[in-house]
Design a protein around this ligand. Structure first.
Ligand SMILES: Cc1cc2nc3c(=O)[nH]c(=O)nc-3n(C[C@H](O)[C@H](O)[C@H](O)COP(=O)(O)O)c2cc1C
Length: 160
C-alpha cells in the first residue's frame, strides 16, 4: 500500500503535524501551494473572506500524482469555520481520482466537525479516518500521541 500525505499550511501548524504523520507512516509528503494567501493583515482578511464565500483558488502544480496512491491523507487548517480554500480546491480538483482518503484538520478551537463534513462532501467519499488537532496542542507538543494513534489506525486499515 502506498500513502501520500498532502497538506496546506500558512503558518506551519499543519506542516508540523503532517510531517510527523508522514514520518510515522513512511509516506510520501507534498505541500499544497497557493500564492493567493500571505501572512499579513490583508492576507488574513482575504483568507477569511474567501473561506466564508467558498472561493476556490488556483493551486500550483503538484509534484506527486495523488491518483497513483492507495491512500491520500489530506490536511489543512480551518479558516472562518470552513476548511481553508486551498484544501477545498485540492479536493474539488483531485478527489474523484483518489481511491481512499483520510482527513487531517488543525484549528484554534471551533468548527472542526462541520469542516470535516464539508471535506467529505467535496471529496464525494467518506474518509477512512480523521484527525483533528488543536493549535495549542501543536505548540505544546501534545499532538504526538494523537498522530501516533492515527497512524496506527491507518496502518491497521491498510493491513486488513
Ligand atoms: C484566516 C484564518 C481564519 C481562521 N479561522 C478559524 C476558525 O474559524 N476556527 C478555528 O478553530 N481556527 C481558525 N483559525 C486558526 C487556524 O485554523 C489554526 O491556527 C491552524 O492551526 C493554522 O494552520 P496552519 O499553521 O497550518 O496554517 C484561523 C486562522 C486563520 C489564519
Amino acid at each position: 500500500m502506498t500513502t501520500l500525505v498532502v497538506y496546506y499550511s500558512l503558518s506551519g501548524n499543519t506542516r508540523t503535524v503532517a510531517t510527523a504523520l508522514a514520518q510515522r507512516l513512511g509516506a510520501d509528503i507534498e505541500e499544497i501551494r497557493c500564492s493567493r494567501y500571505t501572512r499579513s493583515f490583508s492576507g488574513f482578511l482575504r483568507a477569511c473572506y474567501d473561506s466564508w464565500r467558498g472561493y476556490l483558488p488556483q493551486l500550483e502544480p503538484l509534484q506527486h500524482a495523488p491518483s497513483r496512491y492507495d491512500l491520500v491523507v489530506v490536511g489543512g487548517p480551518i479558516w472562518a469555520w470552513h476548511p481553508a480554500p486551498p484544501v477545498r480546491a485540492f479536493l474539488r480538483q483531485e478527489a474523484s481520482r483518489i481511491p481512499a482518503m483520510a482527513f487531517l484538520l488543525t484549528h484554534g478551537g471551533a468548527a472542526a466537525q462541520q469542516s470535516l463534513r464539508e471535506m467529505e462532501q467535496l471529496a464525494g467519499q467518506a474518509p477512512t479516518a480523521t484527525l483533528v488537532v488543536r493549535e495549542v496542542d501543536i505548540k505544546n507538543g501534545g499532538f504526538e500521541a494523537a498522530v501516533s494513534s492515527f497512524a496506527s489506525t491507518l496502518q491497521k486499515q491498510q493491513a486488513a
